[in-house]
Design a protein around this ligand. Structure first.
Ligand code: BGC
Length: 442
């Protein structure tokens, strides 16, 4: 029944929550870590980069592991890693321990970024798959806002250890929750456990006939399509790989994480000089991200992925251009215009490129290579994320804020054309129908 699928998606999306929390928490925590451990700016940059480097590694490991262990077991292992790495980081007695802890947190983030959407897509009914997979993106945005609020809460006592450590609680909920969740019926059929898969599908769809039909459809699809990379590289798969890797890179190079990681800094550039006001404005931007994502959940299975992606990208480009002009060197008193354009930018990301990228990569690949192809897209995404995080401050210094944001706007224009010419609509189709439809259209 749809109710149990929603519950399953909520539990799996805790992986997304931890992804959001653990990427967001560092922004506030570094202020105190720097003082406590007397770190230089370079050491801080390495600390911030550690989680992203770890995520690239996690994304790399996730493909093979999720085929070998299965989606459910890998989610359980990821929860264990999140919990253990959070506690290890919180108890670090020196810089090296802290870096090691953050690399392991990063590995967990990299794995969860692809396994949660993959697992949800494989249990969801076609009609609601967009919204259910995007629940993970929703959880990411909530994780980010909660991390900002936890940072604010613990700022009084300056405890970065608590900021890092509390992530162990949702990790335990994910761990316990996943024990009671079913395995992915598609993974089970792929490994020859047809009967087990049918029992799960009967429970999920609430109807034996529908379950038998879906089981048979998945089985035929798996038999028809070759397993592994070798036989899988058909024209459609090549096209789908370009879409996945392209959107992964564009999702980051259009600059979303300059806002998520550095919003207080941007607000200071725009004339909000008080730290408190800048952090408050950051929380507002985080909330816009959450609410716009709710809107996306509602629209994905109605308006479709492709249209939302194109509308969202257009909104991002327009707001980036306005933002660039509000941040030009001779601009005065543009603070509120900066706040509004940043909010518009984040809202446009949240209805388009944010959720659509993760939803599409969970549905456009055939079963035999789905996990590995998603892992490739996730590696590209985390690699591009690392690149933006490491170059943003240097770009601001060398090009100036106006040119930096115009550069992101230019990449947004390229992303729009890329999406317009390459991205298909997948709304309402089963994962197997997407393959059949696209294979025949190329
Ligand atoms: C992106 C993250 C980003 C988040 C913001 C995700 O889809 O992959 O890099 O921080 O959205 O909401």
């Amino acid at each position: 029944m749809i109710k149990s699928v929603v519950f399953i998606a909520f539990i799996a999306a805790l992986g997304g929550f931890l992804f959001g929390y653990d990427t967001g928490v560092i922004s506030g925590a570094i202020l105190f870590i720097q003082k406590d451990l007397s770190l230089t700016n370079t050491e801080i940059e390495i600390l911030v980069g550690a989680v992203l480097g770890g995520a690239v590694l996690g994304a790399f490991l996730s493909g093979g592991l999720s085929d070998w262990l299965g989606r459910k077991k890998l989610l359980i292992c990821t929860a264990l890693l999140f919990g253990a790495a959070s506690i290890f980081t919180a108890l670090s007695v020196n810089y090296i321990m802290l870096i090691i802890g953050r690399i392991f947190v990063g590995i967990a983030i990299g794995v969860s970024s692809m396994i949660s959407p993959l697992y949800i897509a494989e249990v969801a009914p076609a009609k609601h798959r967009g919204a259910l997979v995007a629940l993970n993106q929703f959880a990411i945005t909530i994780g980010i806002v909660i991390s900002y609020s936890v940072d604010l809460g613990f700022a009084e006592i300056g405890s970065w250890r608590w900021m890092m450590g509390v992530a162990a609680f949702p990790a335990v909920v994910l761990l316990i929750g996943m024990f009671f969740m079913p395995d992915s019926p598609r993974w089970l059929i792929f490994h020859g456990f047809r009967d087990q898969a049918k029992v799960i599908l009967t429970h999920l769809r609430g109807n034996e006939e529908a379950a038998e039909k879906e089981t048979a459809e998945i089985e035929t699809h798996i038999k028809e399509k070759a397993r592994g990379w070798k036989g899988a590289i058909t024209p459609w798969v090549k096209h789908a790989l370009i879409i996945g890797i392209g959107l992964a890179i564009f999702q980051q190079l259009t600059g979303i994480n300059t806002v998520i990681y550095y919003a207080p800094k941007i607000f200071q550039l725009a004339g909000f000089h008080s730290d408190k006001v800048a952090i408050l404005a950051t929380v507002c931007v985080g909330l816009v991200n959450v609410f716009a994502t709710v809107f996306a959940l509602w629209l994905l299975d109605r308006v479709g992925r492709r249209r939302l992606l194109l509308i969202g990208l257009a909104g991002m480009v327009i707001s980036l251009i306005i933002l660039a002009f509000t941040l030009r060197n001779d601009a005065h008193e543009t603070g509120y215009l900066t706040l509004i354009s940043l909010a518009l930018y984040v809202a446009s990301f949240a209805i388009g490129l944010g959720p659509v990228f993760w939803v599409l990569i969970a549905e456009i690949y055939p079963m035999g290579i789905r996990a590995k192809a998603m892992s490739l897209a996730a590696i590209a995404n985390w690699g591009a994320n690392l690149l933006v995080a490491l170059t943003f401050l240097t770009l601001l210094d060398s090009l100036g804020s106006m040119s930096a944001f115009l550069l992101y706007a230019g990449i947004g224009v390229i992303s729009w054309f890329f999406s317009f010419f390459l991205v298909p609509e997948t709304k309402g189709l089963t994962l197997e129908e997407i393959q059949n439809k696209e294979l025949h259209s190329l």
